[in-house]
Write a protein that binds this ligand. Structure first.
Ligand code: GLN
Length: 211
């Protein structure tokens, strides 16, 4: 069975675990480096990215998460999780896990508009719009050439992206009963766990000479 970790240091991790349970995928709360062993993917939830950064460093999670990503396991960051995955944070804060070639601006919608909801077209998830909940959300100001834009607001601002095995959204699908992002991540995780011939992390049978 596919096992997907949810970084459970802080923030809205419970809702991600519930969403995984709702689609029949085993969700594993991740607090320590050893919790990352034998995972097929990892979700980085919303919350507060400065606190999350501190806790990631306190528990020594940076390197093992980067290793998981480099092995090709899918990573999915929502809101603060997206900030944690960005290569660049506007204003000069140092990046945390610079896996996505984007520049994010934190709290991009200002104080007046703390949170809002929108119906978003996300073509990779099918025709039905995504009900997106934005809470003190970041925006993607710049995205690099390797980055696929998955969704934009009506004004053209980018709010969901994918770069290879890394997906990120400015908003919280897990707070709106939206399961399609998690299904996509689970599909990617299953492919990662059971790759086609000649690739991946499965132990190879001992190679013996046929001669
Ligand atoms: N404003 C938060 C931050 O900058 C993100 C908010 C969220 O995750 N809902 O870290």
């Amino acid at each position: 069975m596919t096992r997907i970790g949810v970084l459970a240091l802080q923030g809205a991790f419970r809702e991600h675990l519930d969403t995984l349970a709702a689609i029949g995928v085993e969700g594993v709360p991740v607090r320590l480096p050893e919790d990352l062993e034998n995972l097929d993917g990892l979700i980085l939830p919303g919350g507060e990215s400065t606190t999350m950064r501190r806790l990631i460093d306190r528990w020594g999670l940076r390197e093992p998460i980067l290793r998981l990503a480099r092995r090709g396991a899918p990573l999915f960051g929502t809101c603060a999780g997206m900030i944690v995955l960005a290569r660049e944070i506007a204003g000069g804060e140092a990046p945390v896990l610079p896996l996505l070639d984007v520049t994010v601006e934190r709290n991009a919608f200002g104080r007046q508009l703390d949170s809002f909801e929108a119906e978003l077209a996300v073509p990779v998830l099918g025709n039905a719009p995504v009900h997106a909940v934005f809470i003190r959300a970041p925006i993607i100001e710049r995205s690099g050439p390797e980055v696929d834009v998955l969704a934009k607001l009506d004004d053209g601002r980018i709010v969901a992206v994918r770069q290879g095995n890394v997906i990120a959204t400015s908003f919280h699908p897990e707070l709106a009963g939206e399961t399609r992002f998690h299904r996509l991540v689970a599909t990617m995780a299953a492919e990662h766990a059971e790759p086609g011939e000649g690739s991946g992390r499965r132990p190879h049978p001992t190679r013996r000479s046929r001669a």
